[in-house]
Design a protein around this ligand. Structure first.
Ligand code: UDP
Length: 287
């Protein structure tokens, strides 16, 4: 299941966004390496390819990328996103083109283990934001929060500013704007000089936005983070750790927004099981 980085993650082979610059393109020599990582082969789990890195290693890789004057984005993939990728080639290509891809779902980690190509651990988007912001404060790297309803990104920024007084907030902005307004928002991010950009506009809207505007956004490091700002601002509850550990966080989210999410989870969870079953059987039959 291990794949060589040159097979499915070579930045140069990825579909380019609207400009000539691939989102994962390293603008310095050595474009195929992933600074701060061991450049290890990605692990394939169904239609996703994941970097076999622990939480701490991911944080280190992101910081090293920025320090090296490089550019790239990180994607966190849970079961729902993994299944959405299958039906959305643009989303699949964008995620495959990320500098770092991590599994934000216990079932993906379990499946990787059952298939004998284990991922070290689940790495969640919310935890990564917290870890990266903490490091940004230590490293004097500024952060930009873009997305969610008006005022939410500012609440997240205030929360982090209180926790880390030295943190430099480059800017905040909500995620409700038209295509016509996008260039202005993008310019605000670029002109802020942010080192880290977190984009919380839901999948696949945020990925599409990042793909189209990647060059103009300018930030060396960016990460699409779904509904994380709502959680960090305290508007939505995160599942308790034990619920997360048993792979049931989706149920917790479902209970909070049943009308919007039931179909998504029914479809994607069923699809995941249907896709995983033949892989598991093949593994079991191996001598
Ligand atoms: N959102 C946004 N712009 C939009 C639609 C949604 O900024 O045009 C925000 C929304 O307020 C929420 C976040 O996107 O904070 C994520 O929404 P959702 O829960 O759908 O994301 P998912 O976790 O499903 O990717």
């Amino acid at each position: 299941m291990r794949e060589s980085p040159s097979t499915n993650e070579s930045p140069s082979t990825n579909e380019s966004p609207s400009t000539n610059e691939s989102p994962s393109t390293n603008e310095s020599p050595g474009a195929n390496s992933r600074p701060g990582t061991t450049a290890s082969a990605r692990i394939k789990v169904l239609n996703g390819a994941f970097d076999p890195l622990s939480f701490d290693e991911v944080i280190e890789a992101c910081i090293n990328l920025i320090r090296a004057g490089d550019r790239g984005y990180l994607c966190t993939v849970n079961v729902a996103i993994l299944m959405m990728m299958k039906d959305d080639p643009e989303l699949q290509a964008f995620i495959d083109g990320a500098r770092l891809i991590v599994a934000d779902g216990e079932p993906i980690v379990w499946l990787s283990r059952a298939l004998k190509t284990p991922l070290p651990e689940r790495v969640t988007g919310v935890d990564l934001i917290e870890g990266l912001v903490e490091r940004a404060a230590d490293e004097d790297m500024s952060v930009y929060f873009l997305g969610a309803a008006p005022g939410v990104a500012a609440q997240v920024a205030e929360r982090f500013q209180r926790a880390h007084p030295r943190l430099r907030i480059a800017g905040t902005s909500d995620g409700y704007f038209s295509e016509d307004q996008a260039p202005e928002r993008v310019a605000q991010v670029r002109e802020s000089g942010a080192s880290m950009l977190f984009v919380a506009m839901g999948v696949p809207r945020q990925e599409r936005f990042m793909k189209i505007h990647w060059t103009d956004l300018g930030a060396p490091f960016a990460m699409p983070v779904g509904g994380s700002f709502d959680v960090l601002a305290g508007l939505k509850q995160r599942a308790p750790r034990f619920v997360q550990r048993v792979g049931m966080e989706w149920m917790y989210r479902l209970a909070q927004e049943p009308q919007r999410l039931w179909k998504r989870y029914l479809v994607t969870n069923t699809q995941f099981i249907a896709d995983a079953a033949p892989e598991l059987l093949r593994q079991l039959r191996k001598p």
